[in-house]
Design a protein. Structure first.
Lengths: 429, 293
């Protein structure tokens, strides 16, 4: 090539350079904008959930001066435990409230006054008295759980500006609450009930313990079924099965199963496990089986990828010193691929933890107050609990919904962190 | 099943083979497959007779007959794709893991056919060990790397016995002094040359009779290579060694006999000195003088 020609080339390349670099810069900016947009939406979502959900972790209490007169309770001073359980605690609470606000005389107003205190307070008081019958006849201050509407006002979620007819809490109730607050008779505490109770009709009494246990039992069943079956299926398909039309067909179907909408698995569970095998409805056992069907393809696919990624040289090394096929797989291939397998499995389990649609189909959407004690007890799970609360009209449940979502996301973060930790740990070896 | 079909010394890369095939037809000597030199020895440890190897319908080895004598070092040389690695792998049935690979002919170890129906690959590979091209220690401790073979074969009955096997093997691989204080460290953390010696220690820990080495120094620097070559020299007192190498100097340095492969055929075999000083076949001569390869 002549020098004139090569000069021309240099000029042409130089001319195009500017355009090429501009294109690259533009592309980088597209990327940055995309990432930023994603972050902004994520931030809005999280801020909204945390903002709404944080109040769910505090609970309002009202200090009431109780006069535990035996006559008022309707029991003898030396009453037996059975009698104490039947005593009129509600009446005591109500009369004590009336004593605190002597100006309330109107029947309707009285009823409004009573509604400041949660119905749970009655049982709380009963338990305290049964525990210590010496309280009878005494006059003492006790913190009683506030009703959800009252708590809402104390947390500053209800404004007086709203027309009175549009809110459940009336102006008189607000006045009483203000006066209680002025007398230091209200207090916000950490909401332990949220973690120690099951669902309830009353927002202030509702907790996620039943849903947590339900999720735990369901995931336990899912893990016990999906992990071994998934890993062994992957090992067999990857290391032992011959490559032929049948295994190709199986592979295609596994990939297809991974894309099946989860509610279809719920229908299958309903038709097969509940209607045909007559397993109990609403039980974590059935939920776990259905979710394991759903996560199996994920576990198989990720496990196969992890096994495939094991360098052939390790297999050769093991076979070269005379290890059998099975020894090669279990001593070398599986340990090396374990981080990948665990990561895939935990991500599959995290999916199962957040799944609600298939569980609706098998009846895990019931109103469950009791904490399930096993895999055959009726139960619900965290995401379904979120669904149920989101559906409830009471204001108190709005914060519960966000609170439960926070707990659910907390578990998801823990599981993903565990996946990362395990991967790092195994990779070091 | 796995991606191993591509590792077999590039035999499968058809375009290159096809092009070289035209070259070889120009040489009249190759029209008959009769190996030049002396492929047979009196004290044969392993012997191959009329071995043909196919990958699917592609033939990689043509009618090769060769003895490997007891306690000798035999080098196999030849241009890429000549089938020397394939031949080596046939000797301890490592090619079994390649589903499309087929072997015809007889190969025996101490007179027993290793492809016989009563032969077990686990036992065979314990007797015929292998060291690979790229150092491939297990991602486990140095100790575990060496102890693994004896453990799965049940060769040690106590911890003390195992310790002894590990130490002896590492000593024989002249690695012990370098690693004795870090036996619990991962074997993958060693340098390339140390890793390869660890692989040799691992191979000799099960006391094989034959050690197959597939280009053991191709991933190493000259200093590490020199260490391995010294090691081979020491090992031949106790083991029969077959080594595939791309380096003719290496073949000349370490081996007693040399076999020259070309396009799947065993062209010439003989004493290393003879092969390198007065090759009989034109192809051998061309290769060792560097005219192609």
């Amino acid at each position: 090539m002549s020098s004139a020609n090569s000069y021309k080339n240099t000029a042409a390349i130089k001319a195009s350079l500017k355009k090429r670099y501009a294109r690259e810069r533009r592309f980088q900016w597209y990327g940055r904008i995309a990432v930023m947009t994603g972050f902004v939406f994520l931030f809005i979502l999280l801020a909204d959930i945390v903002g709404k959900g944080l109040p769910a972790f505090t609970q309002q209490y009202i200090k009431v001066t109780l006069d535990l007169d035996a006559d008022r309770l309707g029991v003898a001073p030396d009453a037996s435990e059975a009698e104490l359980l039947r005593a009129d605690y509600l009446g005591v609470i109500r009369s004590s409230l009336r004593d605190m606000f002597p100006e309330v005389t109107d029947r309707k107003e009285k009823r409004q006054l009573y509604r400041l205190i949660s119905i749970g307070a009655e049982y709380d008081l009963r338990d305290a008295v049964v525990d210590d019958p010496g309280l009878i006849g005494q006059k003492f201050d006790k913190w009683l759980l506030a009703h959800a509407e009252a708590a809402s006002y104390l947390k500053g979620q209800v404004s007086r500006d709203l027309p009175e007819g549009d809110r459940k809490l009336k102006n008189t109730q607000m006045d009483w609450l203000d006066s209680l607050r002025d007398r230091d008779r209200t207090e916000g505490r950490f909401n332990t009930l949220f973690f120690t109770e099951g669902d309830s009709r009353e927002p202030e009494l509702a907790g996620i313990k039943a849903a947590l246990y339900g999720s735990f039992f369901t995931l336990l069943v899912t893990f016990l079924l999906a992990f071994p079956v998934g890993v062994f299926a992957a090992v067999y398909l990857e290391e032992f099965a011959p490559r032929n039309r049948l295994t190709d067909l199986i592979e295609i179907n596994i990939n297809n199963l991974a894309a099946v909408p989860s509610i279809v698995f719920g229908l299958l569970g309903l038709a097969v496990f509940i209607n045909f095998f007559e397993l109990p409805r609403s039980a974590p056992l059935v939920g776990g089986v259905v979710l394991s069907l759903m996560t199996l393809p994920t576990i198989i696919i990720t496990s196969r990828a992890a096994i495939q990624a094991v360098p052939p040289s390790i297999r050769e090394a093991a076979l070269g010193v005379g290890a059998s096929k099975l020894q090669t797989v279990f001593h070398h291939v599986l340990p090396v691929s374990m981080p990948g397998i665990l990561t895939g499995s935990i991500i599959g389990m995290a999916q199962a933890l957040g799944e609600s649609a298939p569980l609706l189909m098998i009846g895990m959407v019931a109103f469950i107050m009791d904490v399930p004690g096993g895999v055959t007890d009726p139960a619900t799970v965290l995401p379904v609990q979120v669904f149920l609360w989101a559906d409830s009209p009471e204001r108190g449940f709005t914060e519960k919904t966000s609170g439960a979502i926070m707990v659910l996301m907390g578990f998801l973060i823990v599981m993903n962190a565990l996946a990362i930790y395990l991967r790092r740990r195994f990779e070091l070896k | 099943m796995n991606s191993m079909t591509v590792t077999a010394d590039g035999v499968i890369s058809s375009p290159a083979t096809a092009r070289a095939d035209l070259d070889i037809r120009e040489h009249e000597h190759v029209s008959h497959y009769q190996t030049i030199g002396e492929p047979f020895v009196d004290n044969a440890k392993m012997s191959a007779r009329n071995v043909n190897v196919f990958y699917d319908d592609k033939q990689a080895i043509f009618d090769v007959s060769l003895d490997i004598g007891g306690n000798e070092v035999i080098a196999m040389i030849g241009p890429s794709g000549c089938g020397k690695s394939t031949f080596l792998r046939v000797l301890n049935r490592m090619n079994d893991i390649i589903p499309i690979c087929r072997v015809q002919g007889d190969i025996s170890l101490d007179g027993d056919n290793i492809y016989g129906s009563d032969q077990d690959t686990v036992l065979l590979r314990a007797r015929v060990g292998m060291v690979f091209q790229k150092p491939n220690p297990f991602p486990k401790s140095i100790y575990e790397n060496v102890a693994y073979g004896p453990r799965i074969h049940g060769l040690a009955h106590s911890k003390a016995e195992m310790d002894e096997i590990v130490e002896t093997s590492l000593r024989r691989a002249s690695l012990f002094d370098e690693v004795k204080d870090q036996l619990d460290k991962p074997g993958t953390g060693l340098s390339g040359g140390q890793q390869q010696r660890l692989c040799i220690a691992r191979a000799i820990a099960v006391s094989p009779e034959v050690i197959l080495m597939d280009e053991p120094c191709s991933a190493l620097d000259p200093i590490a290579t020199a260490r391995i070559e010294e090691l081979i020299d020491e090992l031949k007192a106790n083991y029969t060694i077959a080594i595939v190498t791309h380096s003719m100097q290496q073949a000349a340095r370490v081996s007693e006999r040399t076999a020259y492969f070309h396009l799947g055929k065993l062209i010439e075999v003989g004493d290393t000195k003879e092969i390198f000083t007065m090759p009989k076949h034109e192809l051998t001569e061309n290769y060792i003088t560097g005219r192609f390869g």
